[in-house]
Design a binder for this molecule. Structure first.
Ligand code: SAM
Ligand code: DTB
Ligand code: SF4
Length: 329
């Protein structure tokens, strides 16, 4: 059996990494001829999911900008002049109004993002109140608030939070090129607290930051080898923001993005793989390839956190042309 065969044919159980992937196997998958990779990924996808169903999540930035972290891709970092207007934490009633609109537009999950290094003071109480009320609308809840302590994770779980998004973004080796104000281990620790208290994990990364294919393989290997791999894996294409250090970074070949989605699908067969940021700059053909490769979730709504997204009207027409249905709860 070749390395590639052993990487793609061994049995996997639930969301656990009983037989860990090694980086060389994952790299070998990324390097397969495109058609072979698409065939493997799509076959895996069909074994676990309805291939014509895509889940819709809607994002809202509940606290915007002035973030103390120095993530080189991010419009919200206080370290860079991006022209973004900072906004303090939204009132719960305003968050609720946005959740009602998201539900009306077909989203099943509402994700609240805050530009924090970590939640402080009374802020978590406000988010907890928002989570309880968003859930009462019949939506799944997701939050992304930066690093958490074990106690903060437990309080979010007790409020009924369904998912916590906390991305590893890239490989451990490349991480220091992108962020200096926290470590990869900080990230892994929060993921551990979130998993331990029973919140579903949403964790992925960004393609197009100048990382190598080996870095992409290492990121996917780390995600797939977590004690339980994430239920949700967002794969973002870097949205280049003027004023950030990554503005002007060389753009990767679009097929490299599709390959990364395919390898996430093969190594984490039961996860929802989300075609996340960057869709606004993708053509329909590229998005269709991503769905074929195993992406089965998107952010819907005209805005991500601070940047634009594909419009709902465009998504609806794309879904109709492809025969894709939004997943209903
Ligand atoms: N502050 C929290 C944190 O970093 O965990 C939550 C919000 S942060 C904006 C959530 C994620 O958005 C980041 O981890 C990163 O993966 C993604 N992101 C931010 N800016 C991006 C950009 N310009 N292009 C693509 N993805 C981006
Ligand atoms: C994720 O992986 N992508 C989303 C969500 N998780 C929070 C955020 C994308 C942000 C893109 C830049 C912006 O709109 O500010
Ligand atoms: Fe802050 Fe999150 Fe942006 Fe990093 S990605 S600067 S932590 S908002």
């Amino acid at each position: 059996m070749t390395d590639t065969e052993s990487a793609t044919t061994r049995p996997r159980t639930a969301m656990s990494a009983a037989a860990p992937w090694d980086e060389d196997q994952v790299l070998a998958l990324l390097e397969l001829p495109f058609n072979d990779l698409m065939f493997k990924a799509h076959t895996t996808h069909r074994q676990q999911f309805d291939a014509n169903e895509v889940q819709l999540s809607t994002l809202i930035s509940i606290k915007t900008g002035a973030c103390p972290e120095d993530c080189a891709y991010c419009p919200q970092s206080a370290h860079y002049q991006t022209g973004l207007k900072a906004d303090r934490l939204m009132a719960v009633d305003d968050i609720l109004a946005a959740a009602r609109v998201a539900k009306h537009n077909g989203a099943t999950r509402f994700c609240m993002g805050a530009a924090w290094r970590t939640p402080k003071g009374d802020d978590l109480e406000t988010v907890i109140e928002a989570i309880k009320r968003v859930k009462s609308l019949g939506l799944e809840t997701c939050a992304t608030l930066g690093m958490l302590t074990a106690d903060q994770a437990r309080r979010l779980q007790a409020a009924g939070l369904d998912y916590y998004n906390h991305n590893l973004d890239t490989s451990a080796a490349f991480y220091g090129e992108i962020i200096s104000t926290r470590s990869y281990d900080d990230r892994l620790q929060t993921l551990h607290f979130v998993r331990e208290c029973g919140i579903h994990v949403c964790c992925g990364g960004i393609i197009g930051m100048g990382e190598s294919r080996a870095d992409r393989a290492a990121l996917i290997t780390t995600l797939a080898n977590l004690p339980s791999y994430p239920e949700s894996v967002p794969i973002n294409m870097l949205v280049q923001i003027p004023g950030t250090p990554l503005h002007g970074a060389e753009k990767p070949d679009a097929f490299e993005f599709v390959r990364t989605i395919a390898v996430a699908r093969i190594t984490m067969p039961k996860a929802y793989v989300r075609l996340s940021a960057g869709r606004d700059e993708m053509n329909d053909e590229l998005q269709a390839w991503c769905f074929f490769a195993g992406a089965n979730s998107i952010f819907s709504g005209d805005k991500l956190l601070t940047t634009g997204n594909a419009t709902a009207a465009h998504d609806q027409s794309l879904f109709e042309r492809l025969g894709i249905r939004p997943l209903t709860m």
